[in-house]
Ligand binder design. Structure first.
Ligand SMILES: [Zn+2]
Length: 358
C-alpha cells in the first residue's frame, strides 16, 4: 500500500492505535475518559503541500465494547452437586457483562480496610440492568447500605435488592444491584429473570458508570456476601478457577497474587487472594480465597510466589465447570477437591416466603 504523504500515515497510526484499545473493558475504577482529541498540525517542512492547513480528528464514538464472547449457559447451571451457577448476569449478552478483572470480589482497592463485596460490571450509563433470577423486590431506591430510605449519601446510590424465589441450603438468597441512574422496580414487585429493574448509573460511591452486583445469603446483609463469580453462569464453553491459597501450615494467605496463563492463547490473568470474615465470606464447599471466572476452556499455568520462590502447576479449565486447587506454601499445589458434600447440604428449592423488608 502506498500512502500519499506522511500525514496520512500519522493519521492512520492514530486511528489504528485508538481502535486497538477497546478489546477489554477498562480496568477499574471506571474513570470517565477524556475524549478530547489532540490537534494534528500540518507540518509544512515534511509535506510539500502548497496550502498549510490544520484540522482535528473527528470525535470518536464509544469504544468497541467487546470482542465476541459465547452466550451464557442457561440458568440454573450446575455440572456438579457443589456448584451453583443459579444467576444470569444483570447485563444483557450484547453488552459488556463481565466483571472488571482488577477489582473482583474481596479486592481491596480504595483503602486498606474497604473490601469489595461484589463484582463491578462496567457498562455505559443508561444500560438496562436485569434481574439475575426470579424473585421479589425487597429494596428499591436510595439507602440500601445505611438502611435509610431516601438517603442520597448512601454509598450504594440508587439500588435494588431481590429476594429470590429459590434458596440455597435451606437459606434465602438475595442479589443486589447498585449505583443505578434510574430504578424501575418497585417494592414488593415480583420479577422474572431478565426483567429490567433499572439503568446503569454512577450514583453513590463510584468513579464512573457500572453496576455493582452482589450475592447474599442467608440474610440481605452487607456482611453476608459471597463471591458472585461462583453464582453467575459462565459463558458457554468457558469455566471458572477456584483456589485456596495457604502457607505451609495451611493458614490462608490474603493479598497473594495468583497468576494464570493460558497455554493456548498466552493470555494472562491475575487475581489477589482475599481474607475471610467481615463482609467477605467463603463458599461452604470450596472454602476458597480466590476465584477467576470467565476463562476459556483449556490448559493454564498457575503461578504463586511464596517466600521468594515461585511455585507452578498446570490446570485444565472445563466448559461450564469449576476447576479447584489448593496451594500450601512449601508443600505446593494439590488439585484434589474437597470431599463430596452430603445429600443434606445439596441446594434445594424454597417456597417464596413473604417477609418484611430487611
Ligand atoms: Zn463494586
Amino acid at each position: 500500500m502506498r500512502f500519499k504523504n506522511s500525514l496520512t500515515v500519522i493519521l492512520l497510526t492514530l486511528i489504528l492505535s485508538a481502535c486497538a484499545q477497546g478489546v477489554e473493558p477498562n480496568p477499574t475504577p471506571v474513570v470517565i475518559r477524556d475524549v478530547s482529541q489532540p490537534e494534528v498540525k500540518f507540518d509544512a517542512a515534511q509535506t510539500p503541500s502548497p496550502v498549510p492547513f490544520q484540522f482535528s480528528l473527528p470525535t470518536p464514538g464509544a469504544e468497541p465494547i467487546s470482542g465476541w464472547r459465547p452466550p451464557l449457559y442457561p440458568i440454573p447451571w450446575a455440572m456438579s452437586p457443589y456448584d451453583h451457577f443459579y444467576f444470569a448476569r444483570p447485563i444483557a449478552a450484547d453488552q459488556v457483562n463481565w466483571p472488571i478483572p482488577d477489582y473482583r470480589y474481596g479486592g481491596v482497592f480504595f483503602a486498606p480496610n474497604i473490601v469489595h463485596t461484589g463484582i463491578d460490571i462496567p457498562t455505559p450509563e443508561g444500560t438496562p440492568i436485569m434481574a439475575a433470577g426470579p424473585g421479589t423486590i425487597v429494596w428499591a431506591g436510595w439507602g440500601l447500605f445505611t438502611e435509610a430510605p431516601r438517603n442520597e449519601d448512601d454509598p450504594y446510590g440508587l439500588a435494588v435488592a431481590i429476594r429470590h424465589d429459590f434458596g440455597y441450603k435451606g437459606q434465602q438468597l438475595y442479589t443486589i444491584y447498585a449505583h443505578m441512574s434510574k430504578v424501575f422496580a418497585i417494592l414488593d414487585q415480583h420479577v422474572e429473570t431478565g426483567d429490567v429493574i433499572g439503568l446503569v448509573g454512577s450514583t453513590g460511591a463510584t468513579t464512573g458508570p457500572h453496576v455493582h452486583f452482589e450475592v447474599r445469603f442467608p440474610t440481605n446483609s452487607f456482611f453476608d456476601t459471597y463471591n458472585p463469580e461462583l453464582w453467575i453462569a459462565p459463558p458457554q464453553g468457558w469455566g471458572v478457577l477456584v483456589g485456596r491459597v495457604m502457607d505451609t501450615k495451611e493458614k490462608t494467605l490474603q493479598g497473594v497474587e495468583v497468576n494464570l496463563k493460558s497455554v493456548e492463547t498466552k493470555k494472562s490473568y491475575v487475581v489477589k487472594t482475599y481474607g475471610g470474615g467481615g463482609a467477605v465470606n467463603r463458599d461452604a464447599y470450596y472454602n476458597e480465597n480466590m476465584v477467576l471466572g470467565d476463562l476459556p476452556a483449556g490448559f493454564y499455568k498457575v503461578t504463586v510466589k511464596y517466600d521468594k520462590k515461585t511455585y507452578e502447576t498446570w490446570v485444565e479449565i472445563f466448559p461450564g465447570q469449576v476447576t479447584y486447587f489448593t496451594y500450601a506454601g512449601e508443600n505446593g499445589f494439590n488439585l484434589v477437591r474437597p470431599p463430596a458434600p452430603t445429600l443434606k447440604s445439596l441446594p434445594e428449592v424454597l417456597p417464596a416466603t413473604p417477609t418484611s423488608i430487611p
